[in-house]
Design a protein around this ligand. Structure first.
Ligand code: MUC
Ligand code: MG
Length: 367
């Protein structure tokens, strides 16, 4: 089996409710669909969400790096030779989301060529993951209504609240309203997307003490090294690295320098191969992980559940898998479903992301 051709197709699907957070906001899923075709007619599929405010990649840069740098070097390679693909892509620095998508599409091809679901190839631990829903910036009473709707309609009982606003009281009040409205049985954790300084985050932790928060993600920029280390040392809840730790090397640096003590893994920026390396580092060091969401489509969320369900340590905590519900449509032919708070991996060869060609024709931007 040889790679014959790689497509990087830009497309755009509007959101019904934009997601707002400290580092940006998303109104349209302006993503890139990646398809790797082999000489024996198989197609490996992955979705690529550009997040310029987080990693610097754009839709155009992803199309360009795949078309101009990766495709010419990967053509002719056997998809099973993943390490060779990693080395080829490693010659280009950064561009982690584009690299992650190529890796996921290669795993999809491997699963399809062997006739095995990829979650089985990766580890086969569980067949699904509990879902955590990410709540963007909204007035506190609307956040509570959204969380209650997710609990009633989908059985979701874990919520990640986007924070990082000023004055700090806005987010403290949102936590209080959610906790009082949802009761003690619901898990709530925070993600500030670098919106605060480490000292502001310390104040928020003091003011939310007793409200049962379980983690604080990316409170401030990781480059605030000394005060962030102080925050990690003084916090009674884990401080999670997300955008500061896209690669295994970043994970080692941040954990060993005390910049965080828990890790968010995102298949969108790490693919399955590097996500596996990061998970190995974390389990070896005794560090908790969460499967995060790069504001993924159904295709991206299916990739997350495929990896997350495969390993014991990555399915322990609920994975962030539900924000596709705010999109007006999707390219996945068979929609993902959340039942009793769980999304299942697919029991078909590969990852199981079949594309609705009619929808792709409607939403693609290159024709
Ligand atoms: C998150 O966990 O930070 C926001 C920006 C991004 O790249 O991912 C999201 C969610
Ligand atoms: Mg985050």
């Amino acid at each position: 089996m040889k790679i014959e051709r790689i497509e990087a197709i830009p497309y755009s699907i509007p959101y019904t409710h934009p997601l707002k957070f400290a580092s940006g906001e998303v109104h349209d899923a302006e993503h890139v669909l990646l398809r790797i075709h082999t000489d024996d007619g198989l197609v490996g599929i992955a979705d690529t969400p550009p997040r310029p405010y987080t990693y610097g990649e754009t839709q155009a840069s992803i199309v360009a790096v795949v078309r101009d740098l990766f495709a010419p070097q990967l053509t002719g390679l056997d998809p099973l030779d993943r390490e060779k693909a990693q080395r080829v892509m490693g010659r280009t620095v950064h561009n982690d989301t584009a690299k992650g998508a190529v890796d996921i599409a290669l795993w999809d091809l491997i699963g399809k060529s062997l006739g095995v679901p990829v979650h089985k190839l990766l580890g086969g631990y569980a067949d699904g993951m509990r879902v955590s829903h990410m709540l963007g910036f909204r007035p506190a009473h609307e956040l509570l209504e959204e969380a209650q709707r997710f609990r009633e309609q989908y059985g979701v009982t874990t919520f990640k609240l986007k924070t990082g606003r000023r004055p700090l009281g806005l987010d403290v009040e949102a936590v209080r309203v959610l906790r009082e409205g949802l009761g003690d049985d619901v898990e709530i954790y925070l993600d500030a997307n670098r919106g605060w300084t480490a000292n502001e985050a310390m104040e928020v932790l003091r003011r939310t003490e007793g409200m049962g928060l379980t983690a604080l993600e990316e409170p401030c920029d990781a480059s605030e090294a000394l005060s962030r280390r102080r925050l990690v040392q003084h916090s009674t809840i884990p401080i999670v690295g997300d955008e500061s730790v896209p690669t295994p090397g970043d994970v080692s640096r941040e954990l060993l320098s005390g910049g965080c003590n828990a890790i968010c893994i995102k298949t969108a920026r790490s693919g399955f191969t590097k996500a596996g390396e990061i998970l190995g580092l974390c389990t070896g060091l005794g560090v908790d992980v969460t499967m995060g969401n790069q504001i993924d489509t159904q295709i991206g969320s299916l990739a997350t559940v495929t990896f997350g369900a495969a390993h014991e340590a990555s399915q322990r905590r609920a994975g962030e898998l539900s924000n596709f519900l705010d999109m007006s449509d999707d390219l996945l032919a068979e929609p993902l479903e959340i039942r009793d708070g769980v999304i299942r991996a697919r029991e078909v060869p590969g990852v199981g992301a079949e594309i609705d060609e009619g929808k792709l024709a409607r939403f693609r931007q290159d024709s």
